[in-house]
Every structure is written in structure tokens, then in C-alpha cells.
Ligand binder design. Structure first.
Ligand SMILES: [Mg+2]
Length: 228
């Protein structure tokens, strides 16, 4: 069956964030200056580590950041305990500046899909602040179905959140494609209901070397190629 509905993950799929710029500034304040590209690479690798080894922790407000920063600083080879402590203190000070915003191409991709008569939905593991973020980014009007873990009381990769999304949209899994950046939540989860999926990752399979999943794209800009 032809794909006529696409489900998206939110973080690092439809939206990006200013985390790396904040980390760069905090590193500089801690006396451990790094280039933005190095920080971005370390951020990606730390994210992939948590997706693989500590599933579910990334979304947790309290226990998440400290454990995440430890891995991030390890990837950046910041070893001095004082510099690490300064980084933590600086990030605590900056925590309210963190924001999520659309990729420069998000609107166009969604627009083009709708032009072709393809429906779009969201299945996101996020807290109750998700709708506010979607609204601020103009995404609530652009997505046909929205399913958020904190509202649903279940999260990816639980099969039931994908079933709920299918019920809400009135679609069958075979006519849908899922797109996300977390293999263990997005690809494994959507496969449980028989959905095909595309995995977002930078070139050369950086950070996902353990996977042999073939359908890897760099961003949602490539989605249209798969549904021609
Ligand atoms: Mg994501």
C-alpha cells in the first residue's frame, strides 16, 4: 500500500534546540573552550549513548541532565573536576534559556507533504509542556494528529502509544511511515505495530555503529524521496 500518512518524532526530528550553543558558552565560562562543531558531535554521541544504554532517561527532568552532562563532558574530554563543577553550575544558571525551535526546513517539508495529500502526525515522548512548544512553533495547526506521552500515560517504544495514534487518526499501520532520531524508541516501537520507519542520523552512521538498520536519512528533507 502506498504511504499516505507520516508520523514524526519531535525533538531533533521536527524541532532542534539551542543546547549546543549553551554548552559551548558554559564550557568557555568553565575555562574549557571548545568549538561548536566539537560540542555538536559530543552532544550527538551523548544522545546516542543514552538512547542505547539508558532508555527513558533523556526525558526525565530531574535525573536526566546531571547524568547526561557527565557523559557529554567525557565525550569532550573535560577531565578537570573543577572545570566540570563549573560547567554544571553554569548550566544550572542557564537552564531557563533552553529552547526548542523548528529546523529551517520543517515548515516546507510539512507543507509539501500536505500539498501531495499526505497526512502528518506526531508521536512524542515529552512532558506536559509539549503542546505549548508546538503552539509556539506553529506546529499544532500543521499536524493532523498529536499524541504526547505525558497526556497518553504511555511512551515509545510501548506498542500501545502507536496503536493509540492509529486509532486517533483512523489510519492503518501499512499506509504509514514513521520518522525519528531514536532507533530504540522510534524504529523498534513503530515496528511493533507493523509500521515502516526512517531513522535520522548524521552521515557515516556516527554514534549508531552498532545498528545495521538500512533506512537512515540525515533530516526530514529526505522523507519525500522514500514515498515517491
Ligand atoms: Mg527525538
Amino acid at each position: 500500500m502506498r504511504v499516505n500518512y507520516i508520523w514524526f518524532d519531535l525533538g531533533l526530528t521536527l524541532l532542534t534546540n539551542n543546547h549546543c550553543q549553551s554548552y559551548k558558552e558554559a564550557l568557555e565560562a568553565a575555562g574549557s573552550k571548545r568549538e561548536l562543531a566539537e560540542v555538536e558531535r559530543a552532544y550527538h554521541l551523548a544522545n546516542k549513548y543514552f538512547m542505547r544504554r539508558r532508555p527513558g532517561l533523556l526525558g526525565q527532568k530531574n535525573s536526566g541532565p546531571a547524568a547526561f552532562f557527565d557523559v557529554l563532558l567525557d565525550r569532550l574530554e573535560v577531565k578537570d573536576p573543577q572545570a566540570r563543577a563549573l560547567f554544571f553550575a553554569e548550566m544550572k544558571r542557564k537552564k531557563d534559556n533552553i529552547c526548542w525551535h523548528k529546523f529551517p526546513f520543517t515548515d516546507e517539508v510539512l507543507y509539501r507533504l500536505h500539498e501531495r495529500g499526505i497526512g502528518t502526525g506526531l508521536i512524542s515522548n515529552w512532558d506536559l509542556g509539549c503542546r505549548g512548544i508546538l503552539k509556539d512553533n506553529g506546529l499544532l495547526e500543521q499536524l493532523d494528529t498529536v499524541v504526547i506521552s505525558a497526556e497518553a500515560g504511555m511512551e515509545k517504544p510501548d506498542k500501545r502509544i502507536f496503536q493509540l495514534a492509529l486509532e486517533k487518526s483512523g489510519r492503518k499501520a501499512e499506509e504509514c511511515l514513521y520518522v525519528g532520531d531514536n532507533y530504540y524508541d522510534d524504529v523498534v516501537g513503530s515496528a511493533k505495530v507493523g509500521m515502516k520507519a526512517l531513522l535520522i542520523n548524521p552521515p557515516d552512521r556516527l554514534g549508531i555503529e552498532e545498528l545495521d538498520y538500512p533506512d537512515v536519512i540525515e533530516s526530514i528533507k529526505e522523507v519525500e524521496r522514500y514515498i515517491a
